[in-house]
Design a protein around this ligand. Structure first.
Ligand code: ATP
Ligand code: MG
Length: 591
């Protein structure tokens, strides 16, 4: 029966791991100092050598729930730090005052912890908020102004867009590009003091309006926004642009390897330009962080775009962010997916710059493999019909023993009650058997797993011809585990639950949320691809021990798959179960 799935792991390549190894071998970051907290070069310079061999970071914007794609970034960044004696920071990139929310901060913290990673140890607590760096960012901006590397532009947003040029044409210099340092500084200070309305001016880096890379055509670095920020309140009315803030955040935190997805590749020249300017001014410590880009995780049968996920929740196509069908980490957790399964998946798909679509079944395989290893076995009858053992005394019952895990005898055995009336799967009986069918049909014998061999004698039906009970006789000297029990050879091996002892429970059979591999491909609305059968609720008959299942406890229901006690809807003594994933091999092959 449940043999472990073959673990054919081809060690996937991870080019960033190779870079880190080479950097460590070359001692590239060995001389960095670390003040114990983020800071400008002067603060770090006084401090001892950085005890962390490398520093990485996971920098979510707290404007949504984390999804499976984020798990790739988390596993990569925290994984590298673990592997190489480094540290990984959890940094909330909360420099945009409009979109952030504490609800998201809390859920992100919980999700990263759930995946099994930590930013805190005895020495350090590397949980940071980019908005705590606003004062340093202003210092950096003013330094750029003072050295002629930034200017205040007073063109309208539309004029700026118009004069930016295109991929083939250079941009044009702004008429404000040659303002004096004094005028720029004065204007920028007045911007900070709140003298101007939103959009009246922006601060721009002064680089090259003719650069072939549009990102180097004097990118905006500060804008006026008269809005309160969740962390800094009304203290600021100018806010840094992401492309300016992010490199500085990395440098302040002593990040060595700043890992991001491919769409930031074109931003790297600005990243390097900015940090180089600030390091030559003595504001930032060298060696500077270096940005590396990898291709994001794309998965079939799901959508990972924040916009689409929000739409699914807001239009109530799912019950919430933590709906077990959602590709969010809160959804995965409720579905019963394992952190180990995510780590296995990320290890298997590797890290590269090649765009690829990962098949959802690969994720399911990884979940199954980890669950097969971790989860105890239990018995559940999902589509019950009664089996009556006519030669077993009425009112009598006895105990059978079932191993908790076939691969781990150390997990012991448990008792399951047996009696005259049992629940079996409706499909385990056929009045007229099809070819090769070897479960119950009149005249045939099969084993009740962990119990006795029975011989089917017939069935009872209602007026509509539907089977209401299957009838059989048991062979008293065939009880599993007793001497000579396997004297009678049978092919079918059925699971069952005693009617008198069963726990009837709600079980949700989840399937993929979308019925096609690429939801919304072409011009189609992705909602048109929703799978109408992605959740089926049934009442199943479970072995009595499952009454005591605690929220989030997972089991393999033999022959069916892996199930978890729902962490939201379960009540003490009355858990409801979610199907996490089916068994790989359809049980029909084994029966
Ligand atoms: P947006 O920026 O549109 O709000 P986002 O998905 O980029 O959405 P962030 O909070 O900025 O959200 O992401 C945090 C980190 O997760 C980033 O470093 C980002 O590159 C990474 N990330 C996001 N989506 C994926 C993905 N599909 N695969 C791998 N990494 C991802
Ligand atoms: Mg982003």
């Amino acid at each position: 029966m449940n043999k472990p799935n073959p673990t054919t792991v081809t060690p996937a390549t991870n080019f960033i791991r190779n870079i880190v190894e080479a950097d460590l071998a070359a001692g590239k970051y060995a001389q960095r100092r670390w003040a114990g907290q983020p800071g400008l070069a002067a603060a770090h310079a006084q401090a001892p050598l950085d005890p962390a061999k490398i520093r990485t970071r996971f920098p979510p914007e707290p404007n949504g729930y984390l999804h499976f794609g984020h798990a790739k970034s988390i596993c990569l960044n925290f994984g590298l730090a673990q592997q190489f004696g480094g540290r990984c920071h959890l940094r909330f990139d909360d420099t945009n005052p409009e979109k952030e929310d504490q609800e998201y901060v809390d859920s992100i913290i919980e999700a990263v912890r759930w995946l099994g990673f930590d930013w805190q140890d005895e020495q350090e607590n590397n949980l940071y908020y980019a908005s705590d760096y606003f004062a340093w960012m202003l210092t950096c901006a003013e330094y750029l102004i003072q050295t002629g590397h930034a200017y205040v532009d007073s063109q309208s947003a539309e004029d700026m867009r118009r004069t930016r040029g295109t991929l083939t044409e250079p941009g044009q210099d702004s008429p404000y590009r040659n303002r004096s340092v004094a005028e720029n500084l004065d204007l920028f200070r007045r911007m900070q003091a709140g003298e101007f309305p939103d959009g009246a001016h922006v601060l721009r880096a002064k680089i090259d309006m003719a650069s072939p890379n549009i990102n180097l055509r004097d990118p905006a670095i500060y804008r006026i926004r008269h809005v309160a920020h969740h962390n800094t309140g009304d203290r600021y009315c100018v806010y840094p642009m992401y492309t300016f803030a992010h490199p500085i955040e990395d440098a302040l935190e002593n990040i060595t390897h700043s890992i991001c997805t491919l769409e930031f590749e074109d931003q790297r020249p600005f990243y390097d330009w900015l940090l180089e300017r600030l390091a030559e001014g003595g504001l930032l410590q060298r060696p500077l962080p270096q940005q590396y880009e990898f291709s994001r995780l794309n998965l079939s049968y799901v959508v990972l775009s924040k916009r689409k996920l929000i739409q699914l929740v807001e239009e109530r196509h799912v019950s919430g962010w933590d709906d077990p069908r959602m590709p969010t980490l809160v959804g995965a957790r409720r579905r019963g997916y394992t952190p180990e399964g995510f780590k296995l998946l990320m290890e298997r798909i590797g890290v590269s710059k090649a765009e690829s679509l990962i098949d959802y079944s690969l994720l399911e395989d990884c979940m199954r493999e980890t669950m097969n290893e971790l989860d105890e076995r239990r018995i559940a009858v999902l589509d019950p019909v009664k089996l009556i053992i006519t030669n077993y005394p009425e009112g009598q019952s006895e105990l059978c023993q079932a191993p908790n895990h076939p691969l781990k005898p150390e997990l012991g055995k448990r008792d399951i009650p047996f009696g005259r009336e049992l629940w079996i799967e409706r499909e385990d009986f056929m009045e007229v058997p099809s070819k090769g069918y070897n479960r119950l049909f009149p005249g045939n014998m099969a084993r009740l797993k962990y119990g006795y061999v029975v011989k089917c004698t017939g069935c009872e039906k209602d007026d509509a011809g539907r089977v209401t009970a299957v009838l059989c006789e048991y062979l008293p000297d065939t009880k599993s585990g007793t001497p000579g029990a396997d004297r009678v050879k049978v092919k079918g091996n059925l699971h069952w639950v005693s009617v008198a002892h069963a726990y009837p429970a709600e079980v949700r059979l989840y399937d993929r949320l979308f019925k096609v591999a690429a939801p919304g491909a072409g011009e189609r609305d992705f909602l048109a691809d929703l799978n109408p059968d992605s959740c089926r609720r049934i009442t199943a008959q479970l072995e009595p021990a499952l009454r005591q299942a605690l929220p989030e406890q997972r089991f393999q229901f033999e022959r069916h798959g892996y199930f978890v006690a729902d962490r939201v809807d379960s009540r003490p003594g009355a858990p409801v179960f979610n199907r996490s994933v089916t068994l790989k091999d359809s049980w029909g092959k084994n029966a």
